[in-house]
Design a protein around this ligand. Sequence first.
Ligand code: FAD
Ligand code: SF4
Length: 511
Amino acid sequence: MNTLRLIFADQLSESVSSLEGCNHADDIILMCEVREEATHVKHHQKKIAFLFSAMRHFAQSLSGQGYRVIYVRLDDPDNTGSFRGEVKRCAAKYNPAQIVLTHPGEYRVLQEVRTWSSVLGIPVEIRPDQRFLCTPEAFAHWAGRRKQLRMEYFYREMRQQYDILMADGAPVGGKWNYDADNRKPPKTGLQIPANSTFPPDEITTEVMQLVSQHFSSHFGRLEPFCFAVTRKQALTVLEQFIQQRLVCFGDYQDAMLEGEPWMFHSHLSFYLNVGLLLPLECVKAAEDAYTQGKAPLNAVEGFIRQIIGWREYVRGIYWLNMPEYASLNYFEASRDLPDFYWHGDTKMNCLRQCIQETSNNAYAHHIQRLMVLGNFALLTGIDPKQVNEWFLAVYADAFEWVELPNVSGMILFADGGYLASKPYAAGGSYIHKMSDYCKNCRYQVTRKSGPDACPFHYLYWDFLARNRDKLSTNPRLGMMYSTYHRMNDDKKAAIREESALFLLSLEHHRD
Ligand SMILES: Cc1cc2nc3c(=O)[nH]c(=O)nc-3n(C[C@H](O)[C@H](O)[C@H](O)COP(=O)(O)OP(=O)(O)OC[C@H]3O[C@@H](n4cnc5c(N)ncnc54)[C@H](O)[C@@H]3O)c2cc1C
Ligand code: SF4
């Protein structure tokens, strides 16, 4: 009985469940580059090149191990352009008794796959994705026991379950969370190690030509391309992070510097999300660095929390709440995404830097996404659908299971506080404290009003004022509302008017 085994672009792990029990002689492994996936949002050119190149390398490695791999290239004249079309075509040729695949990472694709057994008349087995540490069922069980979901409590249970940074049943060092020691502003003269880069080989070069031929109208720069595209290269990125960056990861986790897109972050999300790396091996490598005295606890705990905490938590939230989660809009935000998100041509230097780096690298680190790009979208009331589409398109690590909860839940508070206890809203002082962006800005961060004032200041207060019926009872915002209420009427009116003018200028592209 032969089986057709389908592997998606984000399932490039040899341990992926769809390969379990594979009969090398009879079974067919199908991998395909389909136009529908590359264009359902117009993904960054570098992201498409990364995915296609990593897929081709993975297929080559499987073939080398004796698997029968059918690899359909985007420019294959018979390519139908969709998963369904390619599975149908392959099934017609090889007449498999069943189709086996690992649970897709996106709800949209899962819905599609679920139609196949009736549409194609072949049984379809969807296996769990065991590369994650918490199954959707286990997350649902955890969530079902609680009135309010908070990542911190989920994270503690994951630490215990996987025995990570634990000693005799207690957290190593006596505390679960060392964030209080983290998040220092960047100091001058900070030496940031160069990030790992891999010059394009023959496969990548061919893929890049394909991308420039078919997707040149998509956002972002294709060159220079320096991502890892094989497991071996991804392991080098991990090793380099552990040896050179982890030590300062905690301290400068929130820091932003002009011209330094990579900072002390790990740059592992690309490889984790497509399966070239597995979460537990990254976590263990960091834990070992701590045990061997090579990195401090605040850095190691902070890094581990992102992976076994936030990463697993947002995935749990996604599968527990789809498809409803995608249409949540607590603040009824409806403004169009400003055009400058696509070209970076804005006078606000913080936004300009983050957008240009996103365009160059298909990457921005967490605080750039959260406190600059996200914060602005929240304060100005941009339609969540448009914000989600942007974040899904522009980052090479973006897949809906991780992008949507971060955007709708974390930055836009579109779920009304289900994921986060308060909106991550902030004025310009935060950006000023954590970055050097303000010194090259046309606006002055020290000015609170007037034509030179940093727009983040008045937009912040205006956001709180506009949404007071939805936010003023939030205990974590009590102090901010007291400050607002103490402002005199003239000041409140100035905030309202300056914000209205600024928002109007957004509509007329004159920010
Ligand atoms: C608005 C917004 C959108 C985001 N979209 C994505 C996305 O599409 N894909 C994505 O992988 N991450 C996303 N994140 C989370 C985070 O910004 C990225 O994981 C991180 O910037 C990737 O860079 P890094 O590997 O250098 O991360 P590091 O800072 O080195 O963190 C280590 C790892 O922890 C994980 N991680 C950290 N924070 C989160 C988080 N909030 N959610 C899930 N995993 C996390 C990632 O796997 C990351 O590789 C988003 C965050 C925000 C605020
Ligand atoms: S002054 Fe305001 S707009 Fe300009 S970089 Fe600083 S925070 Fe951004």
